[in-house]
Design a protein around this ligand. Structure first.
Ligand code: SIN
Length: 291
């Protein structure tokens, strides 16, 4: 049985000067109060939010009111916004995409466990999602800690995984079967699937913590193996990472913002609100090559 430390739990939270941070999940997730993301942020605020993100992996802000330009400006405090492949940005803001499910649609965007665009050579460092229109109930997003999942493994399993690399492909992107993806051929110019090989165990470039870096949404196979040979291991690791103990389910409220560290988390958009509209604005921040 893994100890608390092995499961990636944080027993206490850092005190901050400009923001109030409260942990909400056992191993992932914290709310942040005392900040208006629509206003220019001080260097201290930016530093503290970044520190909270590294500690809690996903941060939730409430009652924010951000148009595309304000969301982009807020995102620029924390990194370099990047254009999301395959998906057209909103008018005038190529880095801001709308994650929209209409009343008439049944597929949603992101309805499979994934780490964003791990099929790119440099997947995003972070994602920021802002709720504009929500269904009366449902439409939650679940986040999971790939650090806690990795730390729960035995040393023997960790050693076995250490040299492995995996092929990630946008062709397996069940995550992108929603409306936004269906606009791609008309709007974004990118047609060919993207593929990238990354380590199965990734080391966080800022904290040095190790995490699993395979997902059901995008990981196709272990490098050097067939999909069939890889499937038992990938299924095991995907199931492990998405266990409730390593996850936190976020109930959106209008104006809420989720800011996640895409290098060591996965997320899943729950598709349980057919017949209702849900509209979110989203920005991703450029990342580095996983190592
Ligand atoms: C996504 O995968 O980025 C979408 C998440 C959501 O809409 O809840």
């Amino acid at each position: 049985m893994a100890t608390t430390a092995q499961m990636g739990m944080v027993s206490g939270s850092t005190d901050f000067e400009t923001i109030t941070v409260r942990r909400v999940g056992g191993v992932i997730g914290a709310t942040v109060d005392g900040i208006d993301l629509a206003r220019p942020l001080s260097a201290t605020q930016v530093r503290e939010v970044r520190a909270a993100l590294l500690e809690h992996l996903v941060l939730f802000f409430s009652n924010q009111s951000l148009g595309p330009g304000e969301l982009l400006a807020a995102a620029r405090n924390f990194g370099e916004p990047s254009v999301y492949p395959f998906v057209k940005g909103v008018d005038g803001f190529p880095e801001v995409t709308e994650v929209l499910k209409l009343e008439t649609e049944t597929h949603n965007f992101g309805g499979v466990w994934h780490s964003d665009t791990s099929y790119l050579e440099r997947p995003p460092m972070a994602g920021i999602l802002h709720a504009r229109e929500l269904p009366p109930c449902g439409g939650d997003t679940v986040f999971s800690s790939s650090i806690a999942a990795y730390e729960s493994l035995t040393p023997a399993m960790q050693a076995m995984l250490a040299p492995l690399r995996a092929v990630n492909s946008s062709a397996k992107a069940d995550a992108a079967t929603g409306r936004a993806d269906r606009l791609r051929d008309r709007s974004s110019g990118r047609r060919e699937p993207a593929e990238a090989v990354h380590p199965v165990v990734r080391t966080h470039p800022e904290t040095g913590r190790k995490s699993l870096y395979v997902s059901r949404g995008h990981t196709l196979r272990i490098e050097g193996m067939t999909q069939a040979e890889s499937a038992p291991l990938l299924d095991y690791l995907s199931d492990l990472q998405t266990r409730p103990e390593f996850s936190y389910r976020f109930r959106w409220t209008p104006g809420a913002v989720a800011f996640w560290d895409n290098r060591c988390t996965q997320h899943y958009a729950v598709n349980d609100y057919h017949g209702h509209r849900r509209s979110m604005l989203r920005v991703t921040l450029a990342g580095d090559v996983p190592r």
